[in-house]
Design a protein around this ligand. Sequence first.
Ligand code: TMP
Length: 253
Amino acid sequence: MAPRRKKIYEGKAKILYEGPEPGTLVQYFKDDATAFNAQKKATIEGKGVLNNRLSEYFMTGLTNIGIPNHFIRRLNMREQLIRQVEIVPLEVIVRNFAAGSIAKRLGLEEGTALPRPIVEYSYKNDELGDPLVPEEYIVAFGWANQQDLDDIVSLALRVNDFLSGVFYGVGIKLVDFKIEIGRIWDGDFMRLIVADEISPDSCRLWDVKTGQKLDKDVFRRDLGSLTDAYTEVAKRLGVLPANATNIKPTLIN
Ligand code: TMP
């Protein structure tokens, strides 16, 4: 059978297909989960459906407060139409509380409040395991210039304020998250926008009262059902009906 459409790129959790109009792509959310640079892998039924809806929810919220991003519209349970961008080869990480690699690197107890939000960058390169890089490397190797970095920090901190507030409103602490940034051109004019996805795969989310983890650490650290954790996040945000028992029943439109 001939392929239905052209695959542009396949990553660990998503596939990008050619879109229906120039400058667009279809982003397909897989059920695959990986951790520790794909040393740990699993297929988690329903994860793709949940992340498609959750990323739509956050990107639409960003649009509503004027933060440019790649989301155009949802196409179906697992796919969304997005703007084609040139991805800046960085993982832009924002941290509010110490956890994960910063806790390990600096010997901080997980959950320690940081003196201010910290923005850091990893170079997107699976073979190298996405190494942490300073701004000096980013500018020297031409992955982004100083003006781009100023714009990226500003975007990342606005996204942090928005997401922190949205999550706090449903009893969840945003410990840290990762975003990716894309370039788009209007003629000669280049703009940076939020791209990729925003979902519990790329955030650390702790219940405010109990500290229960509701993000991909559940998978990384074998803490229980990842689908249950993501379903809980979706329910609290009103993306799933509060009485849903799993992701198969109707999702709220
Ligand atoms: P880290 O503590 O492992 O450096 O991760 C910081 C945040 O970035 C955490 O929310 C998970 C997210 N992240 C990704 O989304 N993808 C990655 O490849 C890595 C390493 C982290």
